[in-house]
Design a protein around this ligand. Structure first.
Ligand code: GDP
Ligand code: GDP
Length: 458
């Protein structure tokens, strides 16, 4: 019954009695060792058990009834063991009951976990039950990040929960392949590879750019077997970073067909398919022609799916010698034509001569990192307080003052922020845009769309 130093990182489940810790423990470990006790306050020992997920071994600890009120003489012992487990945790999983909602005892546990120092993943359980319709919303108040909705009994969401837990595991150095950067563990794992879609109109120079990238110095290329011959992905490594160029067969094919209405449509279909799979979209435009409606449609699609965008103004060799004023005007016009894309970097490139082509991967890498950036809850709330006090929310159709009580970054890639307000409301379009612009200015987020959601604070 003692908590042994099991294999790998230690994941500790904490929560009130009856929230579903043992059910979750059993799901994760695939055992029935932990006893599911339907009676609140039943003392259960602290137990541990090995588990693995996506090839990583770890140890799960269930802190049992440590937070239950009981007169059981064994309770002190359980509490003591639980404390030790929490102190030793690599990742803490705070299990709460979505059906019952937030109760005062949860606040007490939240405080203890904040002090523990290890990263906390909040698991809102029993979301299969109709009564938990409000889901995770009210638990965001704790400021733990991420929040995952699960139904342990049915296994729903448990895989997502484990994925989130895994992100906090220390990097396994033995797994890093040669050439990959030996990054210090920052507590967050980087995505293993960045998927990139090269899109644009026929003849913009996509295939030329693709070939340029594949032949660049320091780039190592390997074809990934595609599911169909039409969708061959190419993986390349550059400065120890991995990129997967998606659907390159589509590029080559569309590059060969000629102009005309029918073909343009095919190109859009191919672009959409690639965008759906991409972290970063490289929109190639023929600089001598400027952006067309179709480029706007492609850009809009990337915005909709939450992909980041880098604009490549290709064939820049044809535009040379026109002076810096021209470059400025060119960029301004391009941004006007692609209305949504004020946040996307523009590169002036010649796929033919290779000029500035090396900037493409460099920028894709930078933009890929920006989209996974997390703003700490403390920093975010100081920022939100400052700007919403200086510029109170504009929300049509609401009575009385709309105040933002607190905010969380609910997700990355694309960065997603939830603002909790004192009353149910929707921000005016222009106010939402104001918030997005302020977030971008304060925290970077180059090249990525930013999502803002508004919810009533319970
Ligand atoms: P613990 O005291 O935190 O370890 O909680 P248990 O795992 O013993 O679960 C308490 C009760 O909640 C049991 O009756 C479980 O069947 C039930 N329960 C656990 N997970 C779920 C779930 O995902 N959905 C529903 N509806 N009930 C659950
Ligand atoms: P795709 O249809 O978008 O794949 O375009 P291609 O890569 O097939 O290029 C279309 C045409 O533009 C070809 O004739 C290329 O030689 C030409 N082209 C591509 N990149 C450049 C460039 O940087 N400068 C110039 N002048 N021509 C280019």
């Amino acid at each position: 019954m003692a908590v042994s130093g099991g294999e790998g990182p230690t994941v500790v489940l904490v929560g009130r009695p009856n929230v579903g810790k043992s059910t979750l423990f059993n799901k994760i470990t695939g055992t029935r060792r932990s006893i599911v006790a339907p009676v609140a306050g039943t003392t259960r020992d602290v137990i541990d058990q090995p588990a693995d997920w996506r090839g990583r071994a770890f140890t799960v600890v269930d802190t049992g009834g440590m937070f239950g009120a009981t007169t059981d003489p064994l309770h002190d012992l359980v509490v003591e063991q639980g404390r030790k487990a929490i102190t030793a945790a690599d990742v803490l999983v705070f299990v709460v009951d979505g059906r019952e909602g937030l109760v005062p005892a949860d606040e007490e546990i939240a405080r203890a976990l904040r002090e523990a120092g290890a990263p906390v993943v909040l698991a809102v359980n029993k979301t299969d039950d109709r009564r938990s319709r409000h889901g995770a919303a009210e638990f965001y108040r704790f400021g733990f990040d991420p929040v995952v909705e699960i139904a342990a009994e049915h296994g729903t969401g448990v895989g997502d929960l484990l994925d989130e837990i895994l992100k906090f595991f220390p990097v396994e150095f033995s797994r890093l392949t040669a050439g990959e950067e030996q990054k210090e563990d920052t507590g967050k794992s980087e995505p293993t590879s960045v998927s990139v879609a090269i899109v644009g109109r026929p003849n913009a120079g996509k295939s030329s750019l693709l070939n340029r990238l594949l032949n660049e110095e320091r780039v190592m290329v390997s074809d990934l077997p595609g599911t169909t011959r039409d969708a061959i992905d190419v993986e390349l490594t550059w400065h120890g970073k991995r990129f997967v160029l998606v659907d390159t067969a589509g590029i080559r094919k569309a590059g060969k067909v000629h102009k005309g209405g029918q073909v343009e449509n095919v190109a859009v279909v191919i672009a959409k398919r690639a965008i759906a799979r991409a972290d970063v979209v490289v929109l190639v435009i023929d600089a001598s022609q400027g952006a067309a409606d179709q480029d706007g449609a492609i850009a809009g699609e990337a915005e909709r799916t939450g992909s980041s965008i880098v604009i490549v103004a290709n064939k820049w060799d044809l535009m040379k010698g026109r002076g810096p004023e021209f470059v400025k005007q060119f960029d301004e016009q391009l941004r006007r034509e692609l209305k949504f894309l004020d946040y996307a970097p523009v590169l002036h490139v010649s796929a033919m001569t290779g000029e500035r082509a090396s900037k493409v991967l460099e920028t894709v890498d930078r933009v890929a990192q920006a989209r996974t950036r997390r703003v700490s809850t403390g920093e975010l709330n100081r920022f939100i307080k400052r700007i919403t006090e200086a510029h109170p929310p504009v929300a049509p159709g609401t009575r009385g003052e709309v105040r933002v009580m607190y905010a969380v970054q609910a997700d990355t890639a694309p960065p997603t922020f939830v603002l909790f307000t004192n009353q149910a409301t929707k921000f005016h379009f222009s106010y939402e845009r104001f918030i997005v612009n302020q977030l971008r200015e304060a925290f970077g987020f180059e090249g990525t769309p930013i999502r803002v959601q508004v919810r009533k604070s319970e």
